[in-house]
Design a protein around this ligand. Sequence first.
Ligand code: AMP
Length: 220
Amino acid sequence: MIIVFLGPPGAGKGTQCKRLVERYGVNHLSSGDILRRERKEGTELGKEAQGYMDSGQLVPDDLIVAMMMKEIQPASNGAGVVLDGFPRTIGQARALDEALEKAGQRVDVALNLGVDDDKLEQRITGRRSCPSCGAVYHMAFNPPKNGETCDKDGASLVQRSDDTSEVVRHRIATYHEQTAPLIDFYEKSSLHNIDGNVSIDDVTGQMFAAVDDVKGKAGM
Ligand code: AMP
């Protein structure tokens, strides 16, 4: 099963993807996480992506499509894959469809997690993560027990360099310009709208219902 997860930055895609992995055993591929790994390792791709990421712009399609296709082919076997943050432009979505068609596959469901703009900035700027175990916190909604240290291993939490107010505003504008048109793109085939303004558990409930429905209809 191939799941595309759409939604603005800060909508909670990462949190919900972890729950999809637990329930359905799918692989989770986050284009943002892969790019951050490339940057940490100092690869050519990481260096090329850096300037775009730090200013809240999208990395060019050709780089992203090549990077993601390498990962999607092996990950989409077995239980399948949830794509988090990819595709993010119509060009990327078309490239994905073409590659999947060649492999006899298709996007089974596109989940569109909608959150009002005024909530996004607060959700993103309060976000902190643990550099050693990857646990994610929010200073207002899901704070760590002691200051800004990880509950699991005591490491000092960090803020993503692109989670500051100025860059966040740019990322939200980029989403409206370049990624929101994907809602129409998937509307005709596989779109399920999910209200992301409610609690984390309520969002999960809507998401599981949508995926169960698709699986039931397709006999998966
Ligand atoms: P994210 O972690 O998904 O918020 O992504 C962080 C940054 O990585 C974005 O602001 C973009 O600069 C870049 N990025 C991630 N996914 C893509 C994509 N599919 N296309 C272009 N740029 C991307």
